[in-house]
Design a protein around this ligand. Structure first.
Ligand code: NAD
Length: 430
């Protein structure tokens, strides 16, 4: 039976924290709705100490950011962007359009139509997370979105150079130095300085994720991509140091980031917990990682791979690193995860920064119903139909007429009847 050697915050504490964030976001979005740019500006000053008339960066400001990159930095960003673009293109090419004659004279099909405008949020409160620019802007462009705008918060009081460079190199059509609820609200609601978009994508902290959630319906969103979570599934084929490294590598995102170990070895569990304490003493980002581990870290010891899989599926974690004798068992059988990292040679950081899969992934158990960001999220799969012959419309029309009568829909029925009369030359007795 699964045993928890360490548990994180209670469900009640998590609910209380969510409620507070929900209320702050609701009030802020209402304010943006009512006062537009004035509210956006006040929030930007309050939360980021950043104020200017126009949040859109000029071409000269953008060029300066790109020019300030060293040659190596530029090559590294180009390499990462090429991997993301390549995999996104392969995924897009796998999405076939459909057109098929399902009965003689009846043609049905679907097309994938990109949204007209997407707003890509790139987080940057604690770290200048330039990788998120590749993940959303490039993916939107590969999907064929005509207008892609992007916002990132100023970092340490000014636009974050490296984020801006990555946003530009990814092909953004407009770049704004604006963060948090004010960026999400402005892109969705549309203010004088930022025209509204049809769809919001990208990860962010609890405020950003909740703002997107509250705006869903008014605009599309990709998914609920809040504070990072990570899970390591491991057995004694690996040691405590590598497990602890992988747990802390994601816990450093921030104090709300859960890191979970699931293992079938109590020895590995205890070694990992010891290693976490050792590494926390030397990790430069321990100010974020330590509270994350102390408040949300969990360690579970299970009896078998099957039990490990069941417990892992129940967490529905964003990142799942599998380091066991047969990692393919988990690929074959797990159903709830944002992304899997199979075997000890890969890790979440490869996915976050460079390997080519998208790092914008579902959190807070939303992996129960969605995967991460990909080209498909920017595409609307819209159906169409065409009836080519008199015989086909008469056949379908008679069925339709009777089905409408069962529901009492006289108007719907008459849409069918008129076609049966005109193209079939007979009356429908219903
Ligand atoms: P961020 O850009 O998401 O948030 C910064 C903004 O938060 C600021 O601009 C500020 O306006 C706002 N803010 C801060 N405190 C506030 C308050 N009290 N009230 C209202 N607004 C407030 O940057 P961040 O904070 O560094 O967070 C980035 C997040 O993105 C991390 O939690 C990280 O784990 C997450 N992330 C998630 C994924 C994913 O796919 N799920 C991927 C990468 C990063």
């Amino acid at each position: 039976m699964a045993t928890w050697l360490k548990r994180g915050a209670t469900a009640e504490a998590k609910r209380d924290a969510d409620k507070k964030v929900r209320e702050i976001v609701e009030a802020a979005l209402l304010d943006i709705e009512e006062r537009g740019d004035a509210a956006v500006r006040e929030m930007s000053v309050k939360f980021d100490g950043w104020d200017r008339e126009d949040y859109q960066l000029s071409q000269a400001e953008i060029d300066n950011c790109v020019e300030r990159l060293t040659a190596q930095e530029r090559k590294d960003i180009e390499f990462a962007q090429a991997q993301v673009r390549n995999f996104a293109q392969i995924q897009k090419d796998s999405m076939k359009e459909v057109e098929v004659e399902t009965m003689p004279g009846v043609v049905l099909g679907h097309k994938h139509i990109p949204v007209n405008a997407a707003g890509c949020y790139v987080p940057g409160g604690k770290y200048p997370l330039l990788a998120s620019a590749h993940m959303s802007v490039i993916t939107a462009k590969v999907a064929g979105v005509p207008r892609v705008i992007t916002c990132a918060p100023p970092f340490e009081g000014k636009p974050a150079d490296k984020i801006v460079a990555a946003q530009a190199m990814a092909g953004a059509d407009a770049i704004y130095a604006l963060g948090g609820i004010q960026a999400i609200g402005a892109m969705a609601i549309g203010t004088e300085s930022i025209g509204g978009v049809d769809m919001l994508v990208g990860p962010g902290n609890a405020f950003v994720a909740e703002a997107k959630r509250q705006l869903f319906g008014r605009v599309g969103i990709d998914l609920f991509a809040g504070p990072t979570e990570t899970m390591v599934i491991a057995d004694e084929t690996v040691d405590g140091e590598i497990c602890a490294t992988d747990l802390l590598g994601q816990a450093e995102h921030g104090p709300e980031s859960p890191a979970i170990l699931i293992t079938n070895s109590e020895k590995l569990a205890r070694d990992t917990m010891r290693e976490v304490e050792r590494l926390l003493d030397i990790l430069p980002t321990a100010d974020y990682a330590r509270p994350a581990w102390e408040n949300f870290g969990e360690v579970v010891v299970c009896d078998s791979y099957e039990e490990m899989r069941i417990v892992a599926d129940d967490y529905a974690n964003e990142h799942v690193q599998v380091m066991t004798e047969g990692p393919d068992y988990f690929l074959k059988n797990m159903t709830n995860y944002g992304a899997l990292f199979l075997g000890p040679r890969t890790n979440v950081s490869y996915g976050d920064k460079v390997i080519g899969t998208n790092h914008t992934l579902p959190t807070k158990k939303s992996a129960r119903y969605t995967g991460g960001l990909w080209v498909g999220k920017f595409l609307k799969t819209c159906t169409y139909q065409n009836v080519l012959t008199d015989e086909a419309t008469t056949l379908v029309g008679e069925y339709c007429s009777r089905l409408c009568a069962m529901e009492g829909f006289a108007g719907h029925g008459e849409q069918a009847n008129i076609r049966v009369r005109r193209y079939g030359g007979r009356n429908v007795p219903y």
